[in-house]
Design a protein around this ligand. Structure first.
Ligand code: MSP
Length: 514
C-alpha cells in the first residue's frame, strides 16, 4: 500500500438489482464486506464502506411491468427491503448509492461525455444477442445451445444502432497490468480465468441501448440510454463524487477491496479496469470474487422454490448466527452448499456449545468465588502461561488470514482459542482448586485467565458477530465500546480491570432445536 493511503480503506460490494428482494447471495457479499470494514476500523483505518442498488435497465423495467407498477415504485419498495435487511444484519456501511440518484446520474453523463470526446466511445450498429436477466450482450458463437452461457436462460436477438466503447484498445495494457499485479484479481483461479478470457481477444462493447426509457439518457444522443452495466460500474466512483467535487475521491480512491461474486467477474475485471484506464485513473488494489451458495446441491431459483430468504433466517435464528455460518462454513472464494441442518449443526456446536458454554460456565464461577467481580491474577503458573501464549501466538496468523480474506481460516483460529480455554477450565477445575488448602488464589487466577480470554474473544469476534461480541463484553462488565477499540492496543493481555462487576445475562447463543 502507498504512503498516501496507508491509513484509508475503501471497500465496495456490487450494487444489487432491485427486481426482487435481497437473497442469500447479496447478504453473503455484504456480510463479508462488513466483516472486513469492521476489522479495518479496529486496525485504525479510516474506512469507507459502500454498498447500494442497481436500479436501471430492462430487467427492472420488465419486473415492474409484470407487477403492473412503475419502475420507480418497484425500486422504492425493494430498496427499503435492502436497507431494512442491512440494518438487521448490522451492516455498517458508510454510504448507500442508488443509481437513480442525481449525484450518480451526473457522473455517468460526465464520464460518457469525456470518453466520447476522447474517441474512446464511437457510434456503430450492434447485431447479436442479449440476456435480460444478466443484462449482457452475447455473440452467436458464445451461446450455449441458443441459451445464455451464464444463466442458461433465453436470449433475445437485437439489431440496433448503438455506441461502442473501445475495449480492444486496452487489451494489451490490461494484460500487462494483471501480469505485473498478481494480487489485483483474487483468488488465483479467478485471475487465471480472466487471463484466459483476455487471451481470446477483447472486442469492443456496446455501451448504450435503444428503446429503453428506464435508464440514464445518453448525453451525446438522448434517444440512447446508457447500458446498465456501464451505469452500474460507475457507482464505485460516483459515490466518491468523481468529476464533481474531488475531495472524497482523492481521499479514498483507489478502492482497496472490491468484493464481487464469481458470476460478475468479467464485468469487473475486464470492462471496469479498462474504463478506468480510459479515464486515466488508478485501478483498484484488489477485486476479490467469492463463490456461490447452492442449496442442497442445486442453484437457488424461484421456480425450484428453494430460495433461502436471509430476512427469514434473521427472524428465526438471529443475525449473528447467519453471519457466522456463512463465513465459517466455506472458505471465501469457494462454492458452498446451504442446508438448514448444516446451519443448525454449526451454530449449536460452535456457538452454543463451545463459545456459549465457555461464557456460561465462567460467569457463575466468578459470581460464586469472586463476589461477581473480575478476580485478581496471582502468580502465573505453567498452565496459565500456556493458555496466554497460545492466544498471543494466534494474533499473527489471524491478522494474516484477515488480510487475505480467509474468513473461515480466521474463525477456525479463533476457535482454537475457544477450545483451549474450555480445556484449560476443565484441567484447572476452579471448583476443585478452591477446595484445596490455600486454593483461593489458584481458583481466582484461573478465573482471571478465563475472563481475559473471553475479553479477547469479544474483540476478535466483533467483526464477525458484532452484536454477540458486544453482549459478551457487557456480561463481563466492560464499559468501553468495542467499536471504539484499537485492535493493537486492546489485544494486549491483561487489560481487564480487576474488581469490575460482571453482569451475567441471558445465554448468548441458545441451542437451536433440531
Ligand atoms: N447489479 C449487478 C451488479 C452490479 S455491480 C456494479 C448484480 N446484481 S445481483 O443482485 O444479481 O447480484 C449481486 C451479487 O450477489 C453478485 O456478486 C452475485 O455473485 C451475488 N450472488 C447472487 N446469487 C448468489 C449465490 N447464490 N451465492 C453467492 N452469491 C451470489 O449482479
Amino acid at each position: 500500500m502507498r504512503e498516501k493511503d496507508s491509513k484509508k480503506f475503501y471497500i465496495t460490494t456490487p450494487i444489487y438489482y432491485v427486481n426482487a428482494p435481497p437473497h442469500l447471495g447479496s447478504a453473503y457479499t455484504t456480510i463479508a464486506a462488513d466483516v472486513l470494514a469492521r476489522y479495518k476500523r479496529l486496525k485504525g483505518y479510516k474506512v469507507f464502506f459502500l454498498t447500494g442498488t442497481d436500479e436501471h435497465g430492462n430487467k427492472i423495467a420488465r419486473a415492474a411491468k409484470e407487477k403492473g407498477i412503475e419502475p420507480s415504485k418497484l425500486t422504492e419498495k425493494i430498496v427499503s427491503h435492502y436497507q431494512e435487511l442491512w440494518k438487521r444484519l448490522f451492516i455498517s456501511y458508510n454510504d448507500f448509492i442508488r443509481t437513480t440518484q442525481s449525484r450518480h446520474i451526473k457522473v455517468v453523463r460526465n464520464v460518457f461525455q469525456k470518453l466520447y470526446q476522447q474517441n474512446d466511445i464511437y457510434k456503430g450498429i450492434y447485431q447479436g444477442w442479449y440476456c435480460v436477466p444478466c443484462e449482457s450482450f452475447w455473440l452467436e458463437s458464445q451461446l450455449k445451445g441458443n441459451l445464455c452461457p451464464d444463466c442458461g436462460r433465453k436470449v433475445e436477438r437485437i439489431k440496433e444502432e448503438c455506441y461502442y466503447f473501445n475495449l480492444s484498445k486496452y487489451q494489451k495494457r490490461l494484460s500487462q497490468y494483471i501480469e505485473k499485479n498478481p494480487d489485483f484479481i483474487q483468488p488465483p483461479a479467478r485471475r487465471n480465468e480472466v487471463i484466459g478470457f483476455i487471451k481470446k481477444g477483447l472486442k469492443d462493447v456496446c455501451v448504450t441501448r435503444l428503446n429503453l426509457n428506464w435508464g440514464i439518457s445518453c448525453p451525446v444522443e438522448r434517444r440512447h440510454t446508457v447500458y446498465v452495466w456501464i451505469d452500474a460500474l460507475l457507482n464505485y466512483i460516483s459515490a466518491l463524487g468523481y468529476s464533481l467535487n474531488g475531495e472524497k475521491f482523492s481521499s479514498f480512491w483507489p478502492a482497496d477491496v472490491q468484493l464481487i461474486g464469481k458470476d460478475i467477474l468479467r464485468f469487473h475485471c475486464i470492462i471496469w479496469p479498462s474504463l478506468l484506464m480510459a479515464l486515466g485513473i488508478d485501478l483498484p488494489h484488489c477485486i476479490f470474487a467469492h463463490g456461490w451458495w447452492k442449496v442442497e446441491g442445486e442453484r437457488m431459483s424461484k421456480s425450484k422454490g428453494n430460495i433461502i430468504d436471509p430476512q427469514k433466517m434473521v427472524e428465526n435464528y438471529g443475525a449473528d448466527t447467519l453471519r457466522y455460518f456463512l463465513l465459517r462454513e466455506v472458505p471465501f472464494g469457494e462454492d458452498g452448499d446451504f442446508s438448514l441442518s448444516a446451519f443448525i449443526k454449526r451454530v449449536n456446536s460452535d456457538l452454543a456449545n463451545d463459545l456459549g458454554n465457555l461464557l456460561n460456565r465462567t460467569l457463575p464461577l466468578i459470581e460464586k468465588y469472586s463476589q461477581g467481580k473480575i478476580p485478581p491474577c496471582y502468580e502465573e503458573r505453567g498452565i496459565d502461561k500456556q493458555l496466554r501464549e497460545k492466544i498471543e501466538g494466534i494474533f499473527s496468523p489471524l491478522e494474516k488470514a484477515m488480510e487475505e480474506l480467509s474468513f473461515s481460516q480466521a474463525l477456525s483460529l479463533i476457535w482454537e482459542i475457544v477450545r483451549s480455554a474450555n480445556l484449560y477450565m476443565d484441567k484447572c477445575s476452579p471448583w476443585r482448586e478452591i477446595q484445596k488448602k490455600e486454593g483461593l488464589k489458584n481458583c481466582l487466577t484461573t478465573l482471571y485467565h478465563l475472563s481475559e480470554t473471553l475479553r479477547l474473544l469479544g474483540l476478535l469476534l466483533f467483526p464477525f458477530i458484532p452484536e454477540s461480541a458486544k453482549r459478551l463484553w457487557e456480561q463481563l462488565g466492560i464499559r468501553e465500546k468495542l467499536e471504539e477499540q484499537t485492535f493493537d492496543k486492546a489485544k494486549k493481555w491483561g487489560s481487564l480491570t480487576i474488581g469490575m462487576k460482571i453482569n451475567r445475562g441471558r445465554p448468548l447463543f441458545p441451542r437451536i432445536r433440531e
